[in-house]
Design a protein. Sequence first.
Lengths: 117, 115
Amino acid sequence: DSGVTQTPKHLITATGQRVTLRCSPRSGDLSVYWYQQSLDQGLQFLIQYYNGEERAKGNILERFSAQQFPDLHSELNLSSLELGDSALYFCASSEAIGQGGSGNTIYFGEGSWLTVV
Amino acid sequence: AQSVTQLDSQVPVFEEAPVELRCNYSSSVSVYLFWYVQYPNQGLQLLLKYLSGSTLVKGINGFEAEFNKSQTSFHLRKPSVHISDTAEYFCAVSDIAGGSYIPTFGRGTSLIVHP
């Protein structure tokens, strides 16, 4: 158990709909990352938040957005869903950014399986 | 931006045989290197990491990896595999110089251990 909790574990929804994926980081971790894993694209970095503020953006579509709340949990919002958005969405967390020695190791949750039909 | 190449998409091996999973990354001055394992229907679990110091890194479950800066490689090895090692293995690189520390992942190598 990594200590990163993601809900829901599985989600089936129709095209055009909107869903929210939730993540609770490990206790004490300030940084949250979202990744998308699909067969054709592999593991793609979407976005990172650090202590409530957006820190870095990867290959995140404009239809997707995220936020990190004061209690450090994070939500990934996916809207106008398309069939191609079907994937496993991972949340990960780490202690800090740029702190020497820790290597900024990130710990992954078990993912949220999204199926768009 | 960093890129990571895992040269083998699938590696079949017999139980108790040695195995090497290969990983190469694009050149950078300073990097952190990681191997993660993903068992079926689970998240990614950290196997081992290289931050600095000794180029031979030992991880969990008997795995080890060697950092080779001149060849920009970080191959994962295990002297004797078990059926339970069957899983997907991901190599990842964090670019320290860029300051983001965000890991870039390879496409993964599926290790299949046969009895």
